[in-house]
Write a protein that binds this ligand. Structure first.
Ligand SMILES: Nc1ncnc2c1ncn2[C@@H]1O[C@H](COP(=O)(O)OP(=O)(O)OP(=O)(O)O)[C@@H](O)[C@H]1O
Length: 240
């Protein structure tokens, strides 16, 4: 049986007030339930803007986006991990989760932090955590409401490569075990190659889909050599 559609995007036009020209013009894309989709493209192409439209945070465009069959602006908030972790600096890690999701019990928050590899850091203030750890708290916070849709906006920027790999593992585990539909925005082909089931590459103004690549290799089998091959395949697709 074909998987059902989680997110259906049909944008005829998106323009920002005061900006010259259209940001998006004729973008159609369906995301299947449980799929990990990567949106990749250069800075300024419109990836974050598209993510905000999918989240229902920006309904000012010509077209329609549905999330599990409902207009995005009425579908309820998805899990959203922003480029910067946006943690409350005066609250510990578990309290940060509960501040956004009050229905989450302390033991659920502790268990989520454990899943992110942060056992023992429940009361740690954000300022005492590394950038990678703060991202993991933000991920735990997004997962606390058990979202069917998880949106990740450049979760790997400004952290060093070793921490990026740890975060790749955490997100890969979420994909395999919790199986939310995930849309991951990145400018880095390697992030996409490591995590995505399908990679959409955007380019230009208005932004167009210049390549769509399905990554058939199971995430667990994407060892360094295979990852290099996948990145090369994506590079070829983008004409780089
Ligand atoms: N609220 C806004 N008003 C006007 N222009 C905007 C607004 N938000 C974004 N833009 C413009 O839209 C374009 C796309 O921005 P967006 O942040 O979506 O790109 P991006 O691909 O996510 O880039 P980056 O990776 O640098 O965040 C940019 O030229 C940006 O300046």
């Amino acid at each position: 049986m074909a998987p059902s559609i989680a997110v259906s995007i049909d944008i005829r036009a998106k323009r920002f007030e005061g900006a010259t020209g259209l940001l998006l013009d004729g973008l159609r894309l369906d995301v299947s339930e449980g799929e990990v989709l990567a949106l990749v493209g250069p800075s300024g192409v419109g990836k974050s803007s598209l993510l905000r439209m999918i989240a229902g945070l920006d309904a000012d465009f010509d077209g329609q986006i549905t999330v599990f069959g409902q207009p995005a602006s009425e579908a309820g908030p998805p899990g959203f991990v922003f480029q910067d972790p946006r943690l409350l600096p005066w609250l510990g890690a578990a309290a940060n989760i509960r501040a956004v999701s009050p229905a989450t019990t302390m033991s659920e928050a502790v268990s989520l932090l454990g899943e992110m590899g942060l056992s023992g850091f429940e009361t740690a203030l954000p300022g005492s955590l590394s950038g990678g750890m703060q991202r993991r708290v933000a991920l735990a916070r997004a997962l606390a409401v058990q979202p069917r849709l998880l949106l990740l906006d450049e979760p790997f920027v400004s952290i060093d490569r070793k921490l990026v790999r740890e975060l790749h593992d955490v997100i890969g585990r979420i994909a395999e075990q919790r199986r939310p539909t995930m849309i991951l925005v990145s400018h880095d082909l390697e992030d996409a190659a490591r995590l995505a089931d399908r990679v959409i590459q955007l380019q230009g103004r208005p932004a167009r889909i210049i390549a769509e690549t399905r990554v058939e290799t199971r995430r667990a089998d994407r060892n360094p050599a295979r990852l290099l091959e996948i990145v090369a395949q994506l590079d070829e697709g983008s004409g780089e």
